[in-house]
Design a protein around this ligand. Structure first.
Ligand code: NAD
Length: 258
């Protein structure tokens, strides 16, 4: 119960990694607010989590400023100070560089990167007020990817957006450190969610991914949730501005490749 009495927002928490994080935070005692565009899945997720803790669903497109404003205002009005923000919402995208459409570039950057800025800034303003009133300093966790450091030719907007999330994490950490607010990120490798469907359905691709993952398997969303809970708790009290890569050894291996 490391997070007892805390309020946590998990963006993109209706399924996949976000849902696993919401479940883990609720298990550790946090009141969890799932913010997602998938209304049915989000409501179901909150209902399921109510069996282990307190969970609420709020429909919000976190790449839209007004939705973010309404989300943050609603949560603070109803549940009090936000102690934890998990900026997890994101989408994948694949296209050869020469065919990449401007709209797709903009969409991926907006959902994967701008959303983390919008939510991060809106929540951080509340977190700073909480600290000024003598309350506990908040923690923000941004979902990056190993692709924040890899150059994958047919995933330009995704790689650029996650590279941006990595820098957003570092700059926000420095900006908010004077208030004691910590900002860290997670860089997952290949994790078993719907985002992995293109790999699931392509045996050659799957073999290639596994051959580049020293642990020899894809990760489970719960393994990313465990890192998120650590970063959201006081167990990581001297960590800020870091990305923790939970990737089965993929990045270290990549760095040894010719
Ligand atoms: P997923 O598709 O299973 O879940 C993503 C969730 O985000 C969905 O519930 C979706 O509705 C929500 N979402 C999308 N756009 C949104 C928006 N504008 N506003 C609110 N919610 C929105 O994907 P996942 O695999 O669980 O990925 C979660 C995060 O982890 C993403 O940021 C992704 O880039 C990152 N990641 C995933 C993997 C992987 O292998 N699965 C690897 C590295 C990083």
């Amino acid at each position: 119960m490391r997070l007892d009495g805390e309020t946590a927002i998990v963006t993109g928490g209706a399924k996949g990694i976000g849902l696993a994080i919401a479940r883990r935070l609720a298990t550790e005692g946090a009141r969890v607010v799932i913010a997602d565009i998938e209304t049915e899945a989000g409501k179901e997720a909150a209902e399921d989590l109510s069996a282990i803790g307190t969970a609420t669903f709020v429909e919000a497109d976190v790449s839209e400023r007004l939705d973010v404003h309404n989300l943050v205002t609603g949560v603070t009005n109803n549940f009090g100070p936000i102690g934890i923000l998990i900026n997890n919402a994101g989408i994948g995208h694949s296209a050869p560089f020469l065919d990449l459409a401007e709209d797709d570039f903009d969409r991926v950057l907006r959902i994967n990167l701008k959303s983390a800025f919008l939510c991060g800034q809106a929540v951080a303003r509340h977190m700073v007020d909480t600290v000024k009133q003598g309350g506990k300093a908040g923690r923000i966790v941004n979902m990056s990817s190993i692709n924040d450091s890899l150059a994958i030719a047919d995933q330009l907007p995704y790689c650029v957006s996650k590279g941006g999330v990595k820098q957003l994490t570092r700059v926000m950490a420095v900006a908010l450190a004077p208030h004691g607010i910590r900002v860290n990120g997670i860089g997952p490798g290949s994790i078993q969610t719907e985002m992995l469907a293109p790999i699931e359905n392509d045996e050659d691709m799957r073999r290639m991914v596994l051959s580049r993952t020293p642990l020899g398997r894809v990760g489970d969303p719960a393994e990313i949730a465990a890192v998120a809970a650590f970063l959201a708790s006081e167990d990581s009290s001297y960590l800020t501005g870091q990305i923790i890569y939970a990737d089965g050894g993929r990045l270290p291996l990549n760095h040894t490749m010719p």
